[in-house]
Design a protein around this ligand. Sequence first.
Ligand SMILES: [Zn+2]
Length: 703
Amino acid sequence: MLNRTLLVTCLSALPASWSCGSATPPAAPASASAGANAAANADTPGETAPATGRSVALEDVGLSTAAMDPSADPCVDFYRYACGGWIDQTELPADQPRWSRSFSEIQKRNELLLKDVFERAAADPGDDPITAAIGAYYGACMDEAAIEQHGIAGIEPLLAKARAIKKWKQIGAVITELHRYGIYPAFSPDIDQDFKHPDKITPFLYQGGLGLPDRDYYLADQFAKQREFYAGHVARMMALAGMSEADAKRAAASVMKIETELAKVSKTRVEMRDIPKLYNKIDRSGLAKVVKNIDWDAYFAAQGVPELTDLAVTSIEFFEGLNGLIKRATPRQWSDYLQWVIVRTAAPTLPKAFVDEQFAMRQALTGQKEQQPRWKRCVRATDAALREYTGRKYVEQRFSPQSKQAVTMMIRAISDAFAAELPGYDWMDEQTRAGAAAKRDKMAFLIGYPDEWKTYPFSLDPKTYTENWLAASRYDNQMQWEKTKKPVDRREWNWSAAMVNASYHPLRNTMTFPAGILQPPFFNPDATIAVNLGALGMVVGHELTHGFDDNGALFDADGAMRNWWSDAVAKNFDDKKQCLVDQYNAFEVLPGVHINGQLTLGENIADLGGVKLAYRAYKALRKDAEPVVAGGFTEDQQFFLAVGQTWCSKSTDEIARMLVQIDPHSPPEFRVRGALSNLPEFAEAFDCKPGTPYHPDNVCEVW
Ligand SMILES: [Zn+2]
């Protein structure tokens, strides 16, 4: 499927396959007594709160005492204080490289729900076409006997085309054909709004074609071990796909050659965050000049858009490099590489030997101990292929109007908090302040699920899993390109409604909160305002602040990349950003492994702003209310505990190392520390002495 995350910022960047659940029964939603509701509504008319304030247990407001480590000093290590109990009691599931108290636990519940729905659909599809499609897709994925018997027959026609390459002139045609099926060697398309013309769709072609997580894995000494493992992995996979041992070895060398060459002309992750430099508009004839060695008329015709004229590329250098490489590498090397991309992309749909070998590679990269049970992988695959159907089923069971109402209320309160803060920013001038206010006013939000559910026209066969996957992947590619023929849809959904994540899209100036994340502990209908604002409120504030982070700030209220900042204010903004870059650069994740403050800048700005706005919103909502003391904690303390307990997590050292390299988010512990240590109200709430880690002398503030 297309990678559509070029500009969209997510709350958590972990691919779903790395943050989903284990096979244990669903965790009960955070417990809450009726008293919690009363506490939450203590300010509603008709209810008389005791004059001295209420005192309830921590559990009654939606927090967990057991998750805490009261022996830790909140001023030194608040993350440990809020999460230490959970960290000590929680074992990292063997089939996960990473586990979190919020994302993973919710995902686990969501997956179990979908499993139940999918299993029933597979057993009894009935007359409903949606149930039938889900049942066929999931059923085919679970039918391991049929998969073993089918072997690689599903991809054989594509492999044959790649195998037949004898001359360089055939290379472009095979790349074109694979892209048509949503398999992306060399580069990938991303069909979205034009950076400068929000009313127009401009397809983006961006650097790609790598099998390792990042370009640095091919080039830096520190990844020599993973590189070597990868070369062996390619050879083993190609042997499974039918190559002789000698051919498979040669194929691995071909793959390393081509991918290393592509890596050399690829931008780094930090360079990919330099948005203005990503925007390289090029028309079709310009592209044909840069990449002479691909027949672009044939390419666009195959994607269903023969008339297309305007495009953009992430860098001219990458496409020049690709063009040169088409002739510089041998046709045989290209043939090997293209066969490899087919095999690795299709591997999850192939017999067990492929799946196991692919897991061995994942293990080498992430330290994950065990493969996930098949049903989990099939739940995810079905959700990815048929998200409009699966999202619909999910929403029917797990999305209440109450959640929608609550998150709408939070968005309003947080948006109001942003407006209330604006006049106080003495580093801004009136012109820039007006631009920010306009952007806030126009920011739209999508909650729960799409306005209209789409349907899938392709047919599915419960006996041929690979073909089903190819049909879905091909349709997805086709629908993406189709967008170039239609007006921009600001309310478009690109995710499953069951997804446990949230996002901000700078080109649409729109936030999205799928039903999947509006669950405890992010949102708990029985929790208090302070706790829900500390958990989901921070998420909402985080997404809103993305509109004003280092990249969000490049786009105006309509989503056009346009400089609406005066020079002086932009300079002040730069200083504020630098403060954060320096601060996060100093955070040490593992001995000798530091956060990349530049790579994570946008997310860190969003975390700081998110907590602050959520705090202000909670204070405004509870302004005249009788304070509730829970477990001896003030409401402010409860708010901060909710922030901390939302991010409790564990991971292997391997994935922690990998994420520092590729993830634009800081590790959870530092998301908590960075956001809270820069907010003076935290130090006040826990009475932290100046100079302690959570009350540092040097504080950064952006929004
Ligand atoms: Zn984010």
